[in-house]
Design a protein around this ligand. Structure first.
Ligand SMILES: Nc1ncnc2c1ncn2[C@@H]1O[C@H](COP(=O)(O)OP(=O)(O)OP(=O)(O)O)[C@@H](O)[C@H]1O
Ligand SMILES: [Mg+2]
Length: 381
């Protein structure tokens, strides 16, 4: 039988680590020409920020702007032209970030053709750099696709976590994908077997590093995920990782055995690029047994676990964006989620259509922002 869902009064403390992590916050945020937001300048609360307003007022656009600051891209579309305000050539987002004792200024400017990233006034040319400075988790109503769609999203989830706690990971990941591309190009050109397999040694080496890092990460994440899932919806998932090739043989053997098929198809079918992360309840995939609300809570638990793990490993908090928190959730689950979000110690931005949908504990520091037709005004509490 399911355990009862946690109610707001219960004391559930999932501490990231015995040592308090360095809090990372956006102290000031300026946004220009992002969708219907022409010119926004706000000073968010270091803990909790509630953005409320009618449909189409610009709430998700503000979260999109914060996402741009970290990832240099939107979470709604790959086409930046759709995000730039109508009739404008470019958008810009500036953030003053406080991370422990350090403060940084990040600026992102994007036109249809160019991306300019500035950290403390210096131009940088790698999109991974602002992401390092500003780790960000996004919980949206569409996030259920993490469990409902193919394995790519789940690999991305995994890689986000490993990328932020293990700084060599990005290099290993890039090295692997470079070799994979070369091997696939050789397959497409139908080169002799010896020339295709000349890539295998480097491929195996990089694949081993990626697989090891991901497996270590899952081992560390599992207890946190179990705890958050139990708190949010009274069940714990079984988390399993399939490395991207049959587990009864090595990757080397799998590459050998699959050579003719790879040659026929023109790509390498075994390796960590085909890995799968699975969440099951009673042996059945989560997406086949959970209700809509439970799915949302399950994914929120995965993301909260990542935030807590980052705090443990790096003593670092991250920014959490929650779009339309109330969607699909009843009152007690909403409160449970808000309470856990607050407990992470992260700076949280939550959007809702009506301010009254969330009950904020009376002693909880927070700011309320009313979003109306592309303008944002801080409201007295
Ligand atoms: N490129 C653009 N330029 C100007 N306005 C845009 C652009 N793209 C979208 N919009 C408009 O921006 C407005 C704000 O959209 P947004 O998705 O932020 O609303 P929201 O407050 O999240 O609404 P909901 O509560 O329905 O989710 C909408 O009216 C949308 O049509
Ligand atoms: Mg919205």
């Amino acid at each position: 039988m399911e355990k009862p869902v946690f109610t707001p009064g219960d004391a559930v403390i999932i501490r990231a680590s015995s040592q308090e992590p360095d809090t990372m916050t956006i102290q000031r945020l300026r946004v220009q020409h992002v969708r219907n937001l022409s010119a926004i300048d706000i000073e968010p609360h270091p803990q909790l920020n509630i953005l409320y307003g009618e449909n189409a007022s610009g709430k998700t656009s503000l979260l999109e702007a914060i996402h741009l600051l970290s990832a240099t891209k939107s979470f709604r579309t790959h086409r930046i032209g759709r995000v730039i305000q109508y009739e404008q050539d470019k958008l810009a987002v500036f953030g003053q970030i406080q991370s422990g004792r350090f403060s940084h200024k990040i600026g992102i400017e994007r036109s249809k053709k160019t991306t300019e990233i500035r950290i403390d006034g210096e131009s940088v040319n790698q999109a991974s750099i602002p992401a390092r400075h500003l780790p960000l988790q996004l919980i949206t109503p569409q996030v259920n696709s993490l469990l409902e769609q193919g394995p790519k999203m789940r690999r991305r989830f995994l890689d986000w976590g490993v990328f932020h706690v293990k700084h060599d990971y990005l290099n290993d990941w890039r090295a692997f994908h470079r070799v994979l591309q070369q091997r696939n190009a050789s397959l497409r050109q139908k080169l002799p077997k010896s020339q295709v397999c000349a890539w295998d040694k480097a491929l195996l080496e990089a694949a081993h590093k990626i697989t090891q890092s991901r497996e270590d990460y899952i081992t560390a994440l599992s207890p946190l995920l179990a705890e958050y899932s139990l708190t949010l919806f009274g069940q714990t998932p079984e988390l399993t990782y399939q490395p991207g090739w049959s587990q009864d043989q090595t990757l080397e053997a799998s590459l050998q055995a699959g050579f003719s098929r790879d040659m026929e198809r023109g790509f390498t079918a075994s390796g960590p690029h085909r890995a799968e992360l699975m969440l099951k309840f009673h042996g059945v995939p989560a997406q086949d047994v959970l209700s809509r609300g439970q799915l949302k809570l399950c994914i929120s638990a995965m993301q909260l676990a990542q935030v807590a793990h980052l705090g443990q490993e790096r003593s670092q908090t991250c920014i959490i964006l929650v779009d339309d928190l109330a969607a699909e959730l009843d009152q007690s689950r909403r409160q449970a989620l808000v309470q856990l979000l607050i407990q992470t110690g992260a700076q949280v931005f939550i959007t809702v259509t009506e301010a009254g949908l969330l009950a904020i504990p009376p002693d909880q520091g927070h700011k309320m922002f009313h979003v109306e037709q592309g303008a944002i005004a801080e409201k007295p509490r």
